[in-house]
Design a protein around this ligand. Structure first.
Ligand SMILES: *Cc1c(COP(=O)(O)O)cnc(C)c1O
Length: 368
C-alpha cells in the first residue's frame, strides 16, 4: 500500500459549506444511488493562470460555476477529466485505486489538449482533501463507492483560437452503486461501421470531453439497433476493434489465451485494463496486446474458439458482453451469459478494491 507522501492535501484550505445536507437526506441518497446524479456537499478546486501558475487550493461548497458566455471551454472544448472511485473497507477506512496512474494520465491528457499540467501532488492532494471533508458520503456495501470526477477546463474569456491562459481544476464526488441498471449482467454491443471515436494523431488516447461528444450519436444508433453499448473500429482501416465509448475490451479464447487491442495511440489506456492484464497474467493466462481484427473475432465467435468477451473501466468495472452485432452480423458470445474468466477477474479486482483480498501489487492508496 502506498502512503500519503507525494500529496499537497495540507495546502488545501477547507471552506466548509454553511448548508451541508442533513444526515437523513444523505442516508437516503446513499441507499440507492443512481450513477452520477447526487453529489456531495463540497468540491475541491485549484485555479491556474499563465502568470500565477497553480494557486488558491481549496475545498469549498459544491455549487454552480459562473461562466462568461465567452469562456473558452464553451467554444473550443478544451477540457479533460478523470474517473476514479473511493471504496469503504469493512473496518471503515476509505481507499482509492492506483491514483498515481490517473494523475499521470491526467497530465498526459493536459499536454494533448494544450492545458497546463497539474502535478501528481496536487492531483492526489485535491482528492484526499475532498474525500476527507466528505468522508460521510462514502457508502458502504456491495458494489457501492464514491465516484470521483477530477476535471479541468479552459476558463479564459476569449474567442481567439489559442490555448487558454487560464484554467480551473476541480474534483466533484458522487455516491454510486452498479453502473448499469440491473447490475452485472451481459450487455449487447453494436459495432459502429459509419462512425469513429478517434483517428491517428487525434485525441483518442486523451480523456477529453470531446471524445465523448463524438461517441453520443453512434451510441444512439446502438440503442436504435437494440444494443446497449457501441464498439468502435479503427478509423484508418475500419477493420480493427478499438474500444467502447468509455471502456476497453478483452477477448478470452477457448484455450485460455486472452487478447486486448494494443495501445495504438487511438485507444484510451485504462487503469482497469492494465490491472486486468496483470491479474490475468498472475492467474496463468497468456495475455497479448495486439491488433484485433473484427473478422477474426466474428470467425472465433462462430466456430467457438472465442469463449468470452468483456469490457472494463472504473465506472462499470468488468462488464460481460453477451452479444455482438453490426450491419451484417448478429452473434451470441458463448451462451450469452457471463463467462468464468470474466466473472473471476471481476471478483479478483473488486476483492482487492474493497479490501477483501491482499493488495499484492500495492494498488490501494488510503484516503481516510
Ligand atoms: C476512462 C476510459 C476508459 C477506462 O479507463 P479506466 O482507467 O479503466 O477507468 C476506457 N476507454 C475510454 C474511452 C475512457 O474514456
Amino acid at each position: 500500500m502506498s502512503t500519503l507522501t507525494s500529496s499537497s492535501a495540507d495546502l488545501f484550505e477547507i471552506r466548509r459549506s454553511d448548508t451541508p445536507r442533513p444526515q437523513a437526506e444523505r442516508d437516503a441518497a446513499l441507499a440507492a444511488p443512481k450513477f452520477g446524479t447526487v453529489f456531495t456537499d463540497h468540491m475541491a478546486r485549484v485555479t491556474w493562470s499563465q502568470a500565477g501558475g497553480w494557486h488558491d487550493r481549496r475545498v469549498e461548497k459544491y455549487g454552480p460555476l459562473l461562466l462568461d458566455p465567452a469562456c473558452a471551454v464553451l467554444h473550443y472544448a478544451q477540457e479533460i477529466f478523470e474517473g476514479m472511485k473511493a471504496y469503504r473497507h469493512a473496518d471503515g477506512s476509505v481507499w482509492t485505486f492506483r491514483p498515481q496512474a490517473n494523475a499521470a494520465r491526467f497530465a498526459a491528457s493536459a499536454r494533448r489538449l494544450a492545458l497546463p499540467e497539474l502535478s501528481e501532488a496536487d492531483f492526489l492532494g485535491a482528492v484526499e482533501a475532498l474525500v476527507a471533508t466528505d468522508a460521510a458520503w462514502v457508502p458502504s456495501g456491495e458494489e457501492k463507492s464514491l465516484y470521483l470526477r477530477p476535471f479541468m477546463y479552459a476558463s479564459e474569456n476569449f474567442l481567439g483560437v489559442r490555448p487558454s491562459l487560464e484554467a480551473e481544476f476541480l474534483v466533484i464526488a458522487s455516491p454510486v452503486g452498479p453502473y448499469f441498471a440491473g447490475g452485472v449482467k451481459p450487455v449487447s454491443i453494436w459495432v459502429a461501421q459509419d462512425y469513429h471515436r478517434a483517428g491517428p494523431g487525434g485525441t483518442g488516447a486523451a480523456k477529453c470531453g470531446g471524445n465523448y461528444a463524438a461517441s453520443l450519436l453512434p451510441q444512439q444508433e446502438a440503442y436504435a439497433q437494440g444494443c446497449e453499448q457501441v464498439c468502435f473500429l479503427d478509423a484508418a482501416t475500419s477493420t480493427l476493434l478499438e474500444e467502447l465509448g468509455g471502456m476497453n475490451v478483452f477477448v478470452v479464447h477457448a484455450d485460455g489465451r486472452v487478447s486486448t487491442p494494443e495501445l495504438s495511440g487511438t485507444i484510451l489506456e485504462g487503469v482497469t485494463r492494465s490491472s486486468i492484464i496483470q491479474l490475468l497474467t498472475d492467474a496463468g493466462h497468456e495475455v497479448d496486446e495486439r491488433p484485433l481484427p473484427l473478422a477474426a473475432l466474428r470467425a472465433g465467435l462462430e466456430d467457438g474458439s472465442v469463449a468470452e468477451v468483456f469490457a472494463c473501466g472504473t465506472a462499470a468495472v468488468v462488464t460481460p458482453i453477451g452479444r455482438l452485432a453490426g450491419t451484417d452480423f448478429d452473434l451470441a458470445v458463448g451462451d450469452g451469459q457471463a463467462g468464468a474468466v470474466t466473472s473471476r477477474v471481476r471478483s479478483e479486482l473488486t476483492d482487492i478494491q474493497y479490501g477483501r483480498a491482499t493488495d499484492r501489487h500495492g494498488w490501494l492508496h488510503r484516503l481516510v
